[in-house]
Design a protein around this ligand. Structure first.
Ligand SMILES: [Zn+2]
Length: 444
């Protein structure tokens, strides 16, 4: 079965940043066969794009889907106070709540043009089984790709950590459960719809030993590694006090940094830290809205890009960014870069690249993130006949400057996930109702 999507503005995000203002994409067997303009190739089906903009499906590189259950809390708090208020609520999570929360966050992301979602889940209350399985099930049902992580915390408050003792796990149990999930769920090859990453939570909630053994396990199993890093000034002070060094020095000392690693936030990086990220190949998940919401600061993305660091975008959890909208995050990345470095600090197309190619690179994936022959047929199709795009000759820049927008059609591996601005495989109103029911159990 082949499908030709024709008559749209195709933004490939390939190495040469090729665009076809009136072009087409040919999809065969879930994979992109050809992209071009002019004479159209034959296909079993022809979809008229009617002047829509087509971008690669967006790639989200940092999230906590369970947090849709606890929005709009700790409204004036910095990171540590926010966490202390929310940990006890998150301790109520179970598989049923995780499933409802994941469906909500994943549906929001899909409707914002996102085809691949990384989720950093690190809350595993004792005796609650099936949390990762629940979010993987939600992603599979909705039709988006997921990179789920077996996160962890083992440094409770009585040992000098931030989380309550009842929310931390034993090191051996964490590693054994990670191996179990990899055996059950992880697809290693190109086109994977489900992958597992190893993701101890942060320097202030995980012991040195678990950080180190997580890296060893990930490298033994050929998995990617992720953690929160250098998010706030308080985190840096905490690291100085506990480990006598900055967060980046701490990870360097642990042998963590490398081409199989990406870290969330990286707001407080020195020029030396940026050089260390570049030299080691370590990637970054830039989460501008969450960083603004918690007053954490703005990551030095221009400097990271100039040094060749892999940078993707993350909406982050819904308790610190109440809207899981990745196209909006593209715009936020553009705005904060300019707020920090002036109007020349980033172009609209560079921001889009962060949300597509950059995200794929951060996750260590070369099968997604661009519209090129051989890549997965993950397409986000955006209407251009909407109120906000009138008067914009450059429809690509217009789309990004005027974000957010609901995606018109979302294709993952050649299959429709969103059509006519609505979920194809689930009922949005039903997702909302089910999530509200679960959220009642998380009231303060
Ligand atoms: Zn986070």
């Amino acid at each position: 079965m082949s499908t030709l999507y024709a008559g749209g503005w195709i933004v490939t995000c390939d190495d040469a940043s090729t665009e076809h203002s009136s072009g087409w994409v040919l999809v065969e067997g879930g994979v992109i066969a050809e992209v071009g303009s002019g004479e159209e190739p034959d296909a079993d089906e022809r979809v008229d794009l009617a002047g829509a903009v087509v971008t690669p499906g967006l790639v989200n590189t940092h999230h906590h889907l369970c947090q849709t259950l606890t929005r709009a809390r700790a409204q004036q708090a910095d990171l540590f106070s926010w966490l202390r208020e929310l940990y006890p609520l998150w301790a109520r999570i179970d598989a049923e709540a995780q499933y409802a929360a994941a469906r909500t966050g994943l549906a929001e992301l899909a409707l914002s043009g996102c085809t691949t979602v990384f989720d950093h889940h690190y809350v595993f209350p004792r005796g609650r089984e099936g949390l990762i399985e629940a979010e993987v099930q939600a992603a599979s049902e909705l039709g988006v790709r997921i990179v789920a992580s077996r996160g962890s915390m083992d440094l409770g408050i009585s040992d000098g950590g931030l989380p309550p003792d009842e929310l931390v796990e034993e090191l051996d149990a964490v590693l054994a459960d990670t191996e179990r999930l990899v055996g059950q769920l992880h697809e290693p090859g190109p086109g994977a719809r489900v992958q597992i990453a190893v993701a101890p939570c942060s320097p202030f909630s995980v012991t040195r030993r678990l950080m180190s053994e997580s890296a060893t396990l990930a490298r033994k199993l050929g998995l990617t590694l992720h953690t929160h890093l250098a998010e706030t000034v308080e985190e840096e002070a905490y690291c100085m006090q506990l480990y006598g060094c900055t967060p980046v020095e701490y990870l360097t000392d642990l042998g963590w940094l490398g081409g199989d690693v990406w870290c969330a936030h990286c707001v407080h990086l020195s020029p030396d830290d940026v050089a260390d990220f570049a030299g080691s190949g370590t990637g970054v998940a830039h989460c501008p809205t969450s960083n603004l919401r918690l007053g954490a600061g703005v990551a030095p993305v221009r400097e990271l890009l100039d040094e060749g660091v892999r940078v993707g975008l993350g909406v982050d959890g819904s308790a610190s960014n109440e809207r899981s909208d990745l196209l909006f995050e593209v715009k936020q990345a553009l705005l904060v870069a300019r707020g920090r470095g002036g109007p020349g600090a980033m172009t609209a197309r560079e921001a889009l690249r962060l949300g597509t190619r950059g995200g794929a690179a951060a996750l260590g994936r070369d099968d997604i993130g661009s519209l090129e022959p051989g890549k997965c047929a993950d397409l986000a199709i955006w209407r251009t006949d909407v109120l906000e795009l009138g008067g914009a000759e450059d429809l690509v820049a217009g789309l990004l400057f005027s974000a957010p927008h609901r995606v018109d059609r979302l294709v993952v591996g050649g299959e429709d996930v969103v059509r006519g601005g609505a979920l194809v495989r689930a009922d949005e109103a039903e997702i909302v109702r089910a999530q509200r029911l679960q959220a009642r159990r998380f009231a303060a």
